[in-house]
Design a binder for this molecule. Structure first.
Ligand code: OAD
Length: 236
């Protein structure tokens, strides 16, 4: 922790890569781990273009269920502490979460790498739509089915999002990995770019991950608790 505080004292650019663990305390389930979504649901059926083609209504129903949970959620101390870092640093947030909770805190520099669950787009013509609250899967005027504007397995990330995320990772004096299992690529490669370019990489997680052996510091505990502790130590 002392090494981190020392690095932060001389840092200008601080980048965060967040995953579903940061939103756990807002009541949103994670994907992996004991209560993870992928324990009870199949990513092939519910989060892939093939699954959507097979049963679009099933996919829409599942996303409606998730949207209902997320609609009630508010940013927690973890999201809010990241926003507070802006008082001392240029802060860049790269999130794999589709819940929009970082955006709600008003953080200035944000990339939602895997999209946003409250945006939709036509699966045929690509036309964008906002939040649509219907039980039956909606269709576009072109006749195509409308789907959530999120990245599914087997789909590429948006070019501009990944290049922004790369730039922010390379520029980071300190790079925080927060609440991510670090197994979904290309997101999980970003800490390596940070490290190669001289950044100090810190992981905050309730357990160790496959990335733990490759980083500078692992801080074990909940995202909100640890981030709050780091900020308080800095303010002293
Ligand atoms: P995962 O569910 O894979 O990992 C969540 C991580 O958060 C785990 O390592 C937990 O140990 C940790 N965690 C849980 N509660 C925490 C807390 N309170 N504080 C800190 N850490 C905590 O979620 P992601 O890494 O976000 O992709 O998953 C990456 C991608 O896989 C997701 O964006 C999604 C998923 O399939 C797509 O949908 C494309």
């Amino acid at each position: 922790m002392d090494r981190l505080i020392e690095r932060l004292k001389h840092a200008e650019n601080v980048t965060f890569l967040t995953g579903s663990g940061i939103s756990r305390e807002s009541g949103i389930p994670t994907f992996r781990g004991k209560d993870g979504l992928w324990k009870n649901y199949s990513p092939e059926e519910l989060a892939s273009p093939e699954g959507f083609m097979r049963d679009p209504q099933l996919v829409w129903d599942w996303y409606n269920w998730r949207r209902d949970i997320i609609r009630k959620a508010e940013p927690n101390r973890g999201h809010l502490t990241i926003k507070e870092f802006e008082k001392n640093f240029n802060v860049y947030v790269i999130t794999q979460n589709v819940d929009g909770l970082h955006e709600k805190t008003g953080v200035k520099n944000l990339v939602e790498l895997h999209g946003n669950i409250f945006r939709n787009r036509c699966s045929r013509c690509g036309k964008m739509f906002g939040d649509i609250q219907t039980k039956k899967i909606p269709t576009c005027e072109c006749g195509g089915l409308i789907r959530p504007d999120v990245v599914w397995f087997g789909e590429p990330l948006k070019e501009e999002d990944i290049s922004m995320a790369l730039e922010w990772s390379k520029n980071a004096d300190v790079f925080f990995l927060v609440g991510t299992s670090g197994i979904v690529y290309p997101a999980a490669s970003l800490p390596f770019f940070a490290k190669e370019n001289g950044g100090f990489v810190v992981e905050i997680n309730i357990e160790k991950t496959p990335l733990t052996p490759h980083i500078d510091l692992h801080l074990e505990g909940s995202a909100s608790e640890i981030l709050d502790m780091v900020l308080k130590r800095l303010d002293k």
